[in-house]
Ligand binder design. Structure first.
Ligand code: ADE
Length: 226
C-alpha cells in the first residue's frame, strides 16, 4: 500500500513512522509513506497557502491552488482508491472502515489546518472525509497518524501473528477480554485460575464471556449494533 500525506507541517511526521510495527511494515516494503509539503506547491510569491474567508470571520482557510496542483500531480502518476480529508465534521472512524481501507493500494490523506480548507477542494477533489472523534484538533496531522496506524497494522504480513489483528477490540463489535502475563501472582494480585488450567476450551469460553461482560458494561452502544 502507498500512502501520500499532504500537509503544511511535514516535519510533524519526522520519525512518526520509524518505530516498531510501522517501521517494520515500511522495511518489509508492505507500505510506502510519502510526505508532501503543500507549501512547496504554492505559486504565490511568498509561498502562502492560506487566505481570509470570503464573507468575513475569524480564521484562515487553506487555498485551492497548491492542494489541487499536488493532487493532480499525484493522480497523473497512479490511480488512487480514496482521497481522504481528515476533518472533525467527517464520518467518524470505526474499525470496519479501517478494515476496508487496509485493502486499498493507494490513498491520499489531506491534513487540514486553521479554519479548514476551501469548500471547493472538498466538493471536487476529496472522495471521503474522516473524523477521528468528536473533538477538534489543531490540524489533521494527528488524525492522519491515527488513521495510518489503524490501517497499516491490518495489512497481511504487518503483524507477525495474523490472528492477533482479528481478535482486536471492536472486531466483531466486541471489546477484547482482559489479558495477563507472568508472574501468576504479584503482591497477592492473582491471575484468574482458569487461564492457568491448560484447558483450551474452557479458556476460550471464559474469554468470550469476559469480552461480552466488558462490552456490556463499558460500551453497550457497540453491542446494540451486533
Ligand atoms: N482535524 C481537526 N480535528 C480533527 C478530528 N477530530 N478528526 C480528524 N481531523 C481533525
Amino acid at each position: 500500500m502507498r500512502i501520500d500525506i499532504l500537509t503544511i507541517l511535514p516535519s510533524f511526521f519526522n520519525d512518526a513512522f520509524s518505530h516498531s510495527i510501522l517501521k517494520r511494515a515500511i522495511e518489509k516494503d508492505i507500505v510506502e509513506i510519502h510526505i508532501h509539503d503543500i507549501r512547496k506547491h504554492s505559486t504565490q510569491k511568498q509561498k502562502s497557502v492560506d487566505d481570509y474567508q470570503y464573507g468575513g470571520g475569524a480564521g484562515m482557510v487553506l487555498t485551492i491552488q497548491p492542494i489541487d496542483d499536488l493532487i493532480s500531480q499525484l493522480k497523473r502518476k497512479r490511480k488512487y482508491d480514496e482521497i481522504i480529508y481528515l476533518t472533525p465534521d467527517g464520518e467518524k472512524l470505526k474499525q470496519e472502515m479501517c478494515n476496508q481501507l487496509s485493502t486499498y493500494n493507494n490513498i491520499i490523506l489531506l491534513c487540514g489546518h486553521y479554519k479548514g480548507i476551501d469548500q471547493r477542494i472538498r466538493d471536487h477533489l476529496i472522495t471521503r472525509e474522516i473524523s477521528i472523534g468528536d473533538y477538534v484538533l489543531t490540524g489533521g496531522e494527528l488524525g492522519t497518524l491515527v488513521l495510518s496506524d489503524a490501517i497499516i497494522r491490518l495489512i497481511p504480513g504487518v503483524i507477525s501473528d495474523e490472528t492477533s489483528a482479528l481478535t482486536d477490540s471492536f472486531q466483531d463489535q466486541l471489546l477484547s477480554a482482559p489479558v495477563y502475563t507472568r508472574p501468576s501472582e504479584y503482591k497477592g494480585w492473582k491471575v484468574p485460575e482458569i487461564l492457568l488450567s491448560g484447558d483450551d476450551k474452557k479458556i476460550e469460553k471464559w474469554r468470550e464471556e469476559q469480552a461480552e461482560i466488558r462490552t456490556k458494561t463499558r460500551r453497550p452502544d457497540i453491542l446494540k449494533n451486533k
